[in-house]
Design a protein around this ligand. Structure first.
Ligand code: GDP
Ligand code: MG
Length: 442
């Protein structure tokens, strides 16, 4: 498996003291092969390897880790990136009902997913309606009814005994039914075929146009290999896709499908299906999937611990410094800034708060740009200026501004802020019982 191959590669690196260019090339080549063997699509592999090499060459990787750990960490982070980074939530309609249409090949897990989604949404206070728009197989309607009963959700289906119904008509009527009965979410189960098929695609398009869905979820069996790419492309071009659900992740699935499908469709993986029971279902977590592909849960935990230990080392040094009555310098400020930035953008934390979602992108740009500027300014200072900011007079300010590509006003602003921070640190030192310093603060 991919995990085994990667473990092998990392074992080879473990003994090394330092990563040379040749090490990086050799490792990248092997990872490339491993990904291709796991059925990851070639363009995805290429982009992945490119980023991996860039990052492995950069020296800004954590000082807390050895070279092998560093490569694992980079591969892990890049996997998360390819898998979509953060999980995306469902799109809801401004005017209910929200319509979710399921598409995918026969056996992909659509009907099962319909029940899982309905159960999950109901638990969150919604009133979903399941719609049987798969009238292809005699048993399909019945299967959805069983699933609906388990989920405790109403199923909209054509009356039995009226011959083969028209799935497009049923889908259209179901929206009216949902409006009349105050169902706020409509989940439309559709028919699939064993392979990509023009008639199936035409029917899916017909249903799509009849219900105008807010989400078109492409369901794909995680066990399929290279076929995932062709199938995903066919549904992307044929019906259009707004999100993906990976099913059968409880099986011995290779990572390949998950990796390619995200890249090929350009759409996020929203949920993961992990069994036949309705509760075997969860929001898709790229980080967990990445760990699973790497198959190195223990190693990853170790890496996190090593980094945490390194950070607390730094914190201790800082506290000792302050208690010893030493000045808090711009150098320390820079170090702290780097530590804060390592936790990720502030906008990430904000985005978890209700109502802040829309501001996220703006904020991300803002805080990153701002931090970049502060870092650039401090880096343009001489070591003496960093430890003794008092000496930074007008001409020094002008030089620093030029060096960091900002205005003198930006430099002034930073120095003012720093002065305030320094005062606060002194006061904190005083409160902690710092000898001989109490008088220095007013
Ligand atoms: P559909 O043809 O796309 O509607 O697929 P179904 O929902 O009927 O699922 C096909 C088969 O896969 C059924 O036997 C399901 O019980 C099974 N199945 C669906 N999702 C999962 C899953 O996440 N894990 C496992 N192990 N089986 C699943
Ligand atoms: Mg089905």
């Amino acid at each position: 498996t991919l995990s085994d191959r990667l473990s092998g590669i990392f074992t080879k690196l473990r003994g090394k003291g330092r990563l040379t260019e040749a090490d990086i090339d050799a490792t990248a080549r092997e990872i490339r092969l491993a990904l291709l063997e796991a059925d990851v699509a070639l363009p995805v592999v290429k982009a992945f390897i490119h980023r991996l090499k860039e990052r492995a060459r950069g020296s800004s990787v954590s000082q807390a880790l050895n070279p092998a750990q560093q490569v694992i960490k980079i591969v892990h982070e890049e996997l998360i990136h390819v898998l979509g980074g953060e999980a995306r939530r469902l799109n809801f309609a401004k005017q209910p009902p929200t319509v979710i249409m399921l598409a995918g090949l026969q056996g992909a897990g659509k009907t099962t997913l319909a029940g899982k989604l309905a159960r999950w949404l109901k638990a969150q206070g919604s009133q979903p309606l399941l719609v049987a728009a798969d009238l292809q197989r005699p048993n399909a309607v019945n299967q959805l009814q069983v699933v609906g009963q388990r989920a405790g959700v109403e199923v909209y289906a054509p009356e039995p005994g009226n011959g083969v119904g028209d799935p497009i008509a049923v889908a259209k009527e179901s929206i009216e039914h949902a409006r009349r009965h105050m169902r706020d979410i409509v989940i439309v189960d559709t028919a699939g075929r064993l392979g990509i098929d023009a008639e199936m695609m035409a029917q899916a398009v017909g249903i799509r146009d009849a219900v105008d869905p807010d989400e078109i979820i492409f369901v794909i069996d995680a066990m399929v290999g290279q076929d995932a790419v062709a199938t995903a492309e066919a549904f992307r071009d044929g019906v259009g896709i707004t999100g993906v659900v990976l099913s059968k992740l409880d099986g011995d699935a290779r990572g390949g499908a998950a990796l390619s499908v995200r890249e090929v469709t350009g759409q996020p993986i929203l949920f993961a299906s992990t069994g036949e029971k309705l509760e075997d279902f969860d929001v898709f977590h790229p980080d967990r999937m990445a760990s699973r592909i790497l198959g190195m849960g223990d190693v990853l935990t170790l890496i996190e611990q090593a980094e945490a230990a390194f950070d607390s080392d730094q914190k201790e040094k800082m506290t000792a410094k302050l208690l010893g009555g030493e000045q808090f310098t711009l150098e320390d400020f820079l170090e702290q800034l780097a530590a804060v930035r390592k936790m990720g953008p502030i906008s990430n934390m904000l985005s978890m708060m209700p109502g802040m979602g829309q501001m996220k992108d703006q904020l991300a740009e803002l805080d990153d740009k701002h931090f970049d500027r502060v870092e650039a300014i401090i880096r343009s200072m001489t070591p003496t200026e960093r430890t003794t900011p008092k000496i930074i007079n007008g001409s020094r300010r002008a030089r620093i501004a030029r060096g960091s590509g900002v205005t003198v006003m930006d430099v002034n602003q930073l120095l003012n802020r720093f002065e305030n921070a320094q005062k606060m640190m002194k006061q904190m030192g005083g409160m902690m019982g710092l000898p001989g310093r109490r008088k220095a603060t007013k």
